[in-house]
Design a protein around this ligand. Sequence first.
Ligand code: NAD
Length: 270
Amino acid sequence: MGRLDDRVAIVTGGGRGIGRATALRLAEDGAAVVVNDVDAEPAHETVELIEKAGGTASASLHNTVNRAEADELVRTTVDRHGKLDIVINNAGTTRDKMFHNLDDDLFDFVFNVNFKTAFHVTLAAVQHMRAKAKEERETTGRPAYHRKIVNTSSVAAIMGNNGQYNYTAAKGAIIATTRTLALELGPFGINVNAVAPGFVETRLTQNKDEGDGTYGIPEASRQLMKALIAIGRYGQPEDIAAVHAFLAGPDSDFVSGITIPVAGGQLGTM
Ligand SMILES: NC(=O)c1ccc[n+]([C@@H]2O[C@H](COP(=O)([O-])OP(=O)(O)OC[C@H]3O[C@@H](n4cnc5c(N)ncnc54)[C@H](O)[C@@H]3O)[C@@H](O)[C@H]2O)c1
């Protein structure tokens, strides 16, 4: 028996990094997983990895910055897998710029990918989840089981970070709205929580000189960050996937409205 047998999950940004590790982990725990990513190739690769390991998955290429695409993502998930129990709002990106150089386009792009995707997917998912929970409450007096919304913030929203006004605006909004939604959705047995990763090795945290310059951070900052992590190593996508999975599963049924820093005891996050 897997802890997520018979559950259906959406993981946004599931093609790479933390999202891929989370999709694999939820599938390993028994969930059918819809791997949502705007990049087709990595999304399909994640699906293949899940299927090779004996799990169930399908790909979605919806860009949920657009509300109609979020509605379509949830509609196709329910059509294909019969229902929706878990949403992992993980899609995110960075385009760092010091505040005095920021413009509306760069603000909106980063804010929308990190926040509006979570807003829209949750809004679409909750229509389905609330309706099911209400039906169950009417017949048996309470929801049959807990449904889960898991958001992905960042320790940058707790501590602040140079060059990330746009990103921390979105990640701070994730923390605040996680609390509000936990209040509204608790009566329907829908738990809403967030994970705030620290430094995790993915393309967002690679040495900026090694990629095409779009993602990454200067090597000097990478080294400085490492020195601040009590556990003494960078995080790996699987470290975050484990906490996403905890918040998606039955062991966290009495946990709602919180943001868990997963940062290896990074200075300033405890
Ligand atoms: N890596 C870290 O150190 C770190 C730290 C704190 C928080 N986070 C957060 O964790 C999450 C995952 O980050 P990651 O490091 O794995 O990044 P990543 O770039 O490796 O993966 C992110 C994935 O999201 C996808 N994506 C981008 N826009 C999308 C959209 N509109 N809809 C669907 N998918 C979209 C990308 O194509 C990519 O595959 C993000 O929310 C990020 O902000 C990461």
